[in-house]
Ligand binder design. Structure first.
Ligand code: NOJ
Length: 730
């Protein structure tokens, strides 16, 4: 029998051949025993993994495929503790409600690293979605900044705080393209557009993992939910989907490809089925597309109970069958493991091969190596006090929150609040509400939220009275309405997506004061605002802005921040229009795109958002009107700030493929730029479009660049813009 010391010796003997300069000495601290130096790091990981694999028992291998969690309010129980000691726990999932102290986290890790036979560290996972302790706006809100750099910085802050508390792995970004605002999880992704989800998903991966993902302030990212979850029928989260092969490849898969290219270490499967195959048993998607075609090297984890759901989906006969289906499909780790314990039986029955188990173990160990967990399994220094809600982190959260607020209506330029204003009334259900951190709050606390009222009061000039009642001398009413966090998020779907009725009644009751009204909406999803546009001069979409809610709101209302956010998901006129999105496929009769009782167009389209200044687009120039099949095209337009304030404008580039072998969307976003213009200033903004970006999947689903005509727009939103044309020629 091998004892611990002998095993270490064998591992060293196998793994350090040719690396004598960095050979660990016997008796060295356990945490260094599989250490990789920068010299051997890149190309020796797989040798290290191979050598470990040769030493692992089946139980230890299956242990790596298991993620256990703390049940309910309890922390880890004795069964789990024993399993860790035996090396049979690959990962622990930390719930928000009973977050571990650093000591507790290190204690579990010590059991794995110092008491288990092989000392393989645990990877600790947690839902870090839009902040850890300093809470940023929801992901959907963040996408409205159209600023990948800001989103990356926000993810960096979240990673720093989470890693300080011992989180190694964040279950984000969610890149599920979402076109149904009834779906509560639309708040967790980056809107209705595939291209934007790809860009922001990659930005989050970069923000979490950084250039050196083994650094103490980084965590592994998890692209989720693979794949097509946003297409759940009727916006009801755990429903089936009906996704055509074309839509799957053109819309739902590309953000995952982008995440893999960015180096995302993990991917989580979805709850839905894809045309009859549950995502957690989706061999084609996981093995063929993700692992083979995209070259994904990390591991795939199931969602919570998703392996069990294979029974409920009615495709697995029993627990062993469910486990083998998931593993064979390419799901390497089971979240909240129950069923993967049955893989031993599946192996004995021959429905699972040891090579498949080994491949899964290999992928999990690879991620642990990449994260530096073998070298640095413990949180050594507690710097949470300096980091959590630090001035620097709050500043980032405030900037992001202000930058994500979308101004949809501003009649008579009621906003920004002018210097002559003497009295502001801040009223409504959300005026003093702290539940504005979204559905995933991680360790965010209500008491750390700056409310709308407090933020407005503390940022107003001392000559302005800020009250919570409407007085005779009130100059402007800020009505804060919206939906609480339990109206959206996981399993929180709505059939009626208007502002709750009693709040609309309240807004109506404000009309009698005959004062200008600014409606600030705190929402998770696109809402149907058609019943409130007449009841307020200005409408500002604040989303759920997080810890810095009131400060960020004040920045926007007082004009310290000139809004530039634009919608990344269409706001419908009625739930009856849903799904309504800008890039619908061209139809035989475009005039048929309406209802007898309503237009087919949304109330506020994708890409739309106002500023306190105005911009004019002119002088579109297209370098040439014919380009070769593998050429590039430069196009530009002059944007002029025609208003009296400096500001940013998000300039968007759309194309339409006029004639192809298959029907194409009426518009597709192909680029955007955020530019700053002083009042009166003009700039020529240029884009370079490569024909590769215009490639389509032909009838055989091969990517091809098809010759033919295109329309192109340089535009301020998806319904306007300067239109030109060009042609790809053979
Ligand atoms: C279920 C959710 O669908 C997923 O997004 C989340 O990461 C896991 N639970 C873990 O909490």
């Amino acid at each position: 029998m091998l004892n611990n010391r002998n095993i270490q010796f064998v591992i060293l003997a196998i793994t350090i051949l040719g690396l004598s300069s960095c050979k660990p000495q016997s008796g060295e601290k356990n945490e260094d025993k599989f250490a990789l130096t920068p010299l051997n790091y890149a190309h020796k990981i797989s040798a290290k993994i191979d050598s470990l694999l040769t030493l692992m028992t089946l139980e230890e291998k299956l242990g790596q495929l298991s993620q256990l969690n703390n049940a309910g309010d309890k922390h880890i129980d004795s069964v789990t503790i024993n399993a860790i000691r035996k090396g049979e726990v690959g990962s622990l999932l930390i719930n928000r409600r009973n977050f571990y102290s650093i000591e507790e986290r290190n204690f579990y890790q010590k059991l794995a690293v110092e008491e288990s036979r092989l000392g393989i560290p645990i990877i600790f996972g947690h839902d870090v979605i839009h902040g850890f302790r300093t809470i940023f706006p929801t992901s959907l809100a963040q996408s409205c900044t159209w600023s990948p750099d800001l989103v990356e910085k926000g993810a960096e802050v979240a990673a720093r705080e989470a890693a300080a508390q011992g989180v190694d792995w964040a279950f984000a970004p969610m890149v599920d393209v979402a076109r149904d605002p009834r779906w509560g999880r639309i708040a967790e992704g980056y809107g209705e557009d595939s291209y934007l989800n790809a860009i922001f998903g990659a930005a989050v991966v970069q923000g979490y993992q950084g250039a050196d993902m083994s650094a103490t302030d980084r965590v592994a990212a998890c692209m989720k939910h693979y794949v097509g979850y946003g297409a759940a029928v009727g916006g009801r989260g755990k429903q089936f989907t009906d996704i055509s092969k074309r839509t799957l490849h053109e819309v739902y898969l590309p953000p995952f490809k982008a995440g893999v290219e960015q180096g995302a270490l993990t991917v989580m499967t979805a709850f839905n089925d894809i045309n009859g195959t549950p995502a957690t048993a989706y061999t084609y998607g996981i093995r063929e597309v993700l692992k083979k075609e995209y070259g994904f090297k990390g591991f795939v984890v199931s969602d919570w109970d998703a392996v069990k759901h294979l029974l409920w989906h009615g495709i697995a006969a029993d627990t062993t069958d469910a486990a083998q289906l998931a593993l064979n499909a390419g799901v390497d780790m089971e979240m909240k493991t129950i069923f993967y314990k049955k893989l031993k039986e599946a192996l004995a029955e021959g429905t699972v091969a040891i090579e498949t188990i080994d491949d899964a173990v290999r992928r999990i160990l690879y991620v642990k190596y990449k994260l530096g967990l073998f070298n640095r399994p413990y949180v050594k220094k507690d710097n949470t006090k300096e980091l959590f809600l630090s001035a620097a982190h709050r500043k980032e959260a405030r900037e992001m929150a202000a930058a994500s607020m979308v101004l949809l209506q501003n009649n008579n330029n009621v906003l920004p609040v002018t210097a002559t204003t003497k009295s502001i009334a801040v009223v409504g259900a959300f005026a003093n509400e702290r539940d504005v951190m979204g559905w995933w709050k991680s360790t965010g606390k209500f008491e750390d939220v700056i409310t709308a009222f407090d933020g407005i009061k503390s940022n107003a000039s001392n000559k302005v009275a800020v009250t919570d009642k409407i007085m005779a001398d009130t100059d402007i009413i800020i009505a804060c309405l919206g939906e609480p966090s339990h109206y959206f998020g996981e399993s929180r779907h709505r059939a009626d997506i208007t502002i709750p009725a009693e709040q609309v009644e309240f807004l109506k009751s404000l009309q009698k004061h005959n004062k200008p009204i600014v409606l600030v909406v705190f929402n998770g999803r696109p809402l149907d605002l058609s019943n409130v546009t007449e009841l307020a001069q200005s409408i500002l979409i604040a989303w759920h802005p997080g810890s810095e809610t009131g400060n960020a709101l004040a920045d926007v209302l007082f004009g310290y921040h000139n809004p530039y956010a634009k919608l990344t998901a269409s706001f419908p006129r009625s739930v009856g229009q849903v799904p309504v999105y800008y890039s619908r496929r061209n139809s035989g009769n475009p005039n048929g795109n309406k209802y007898v009782d309503l237009s087919g167009e949304p109330l506020f389209p994708f890409g739309f958002g106002l500023s306190y200044t105005t911009f004019e687009y002119s002088a579109l120039e297209i370098e040439k009107n014919k380009i070769p099949v593998n050429g590039t095209l430069k196009l530009s337009a002059i944007i002029t700030n025609t208003g009296d304030k400096d500001g940013y404008e998000v300039v968007q580039l759309y194309v339409r493929d006029l004639v192809g072998s298959t029907t194409r969307p009426v518009k597709e976003l192909k680029g955007f730029q955020k530019i700053r213009l002083k009042s009166g200033e003009s700039k020529r903004v240029s884009f370079t479009l490569s024909t590769k970006e215009l490639a389509v999947l032909n009838k055989n689903f091969e990517p091809v660049i098809e010759p033919g005509g295109f329309h192109v727009w340089i535009a301020s939103n998806s319904t306007e813009g300067l239109q030109g044309e060009f042609e790809i020629v053979e």
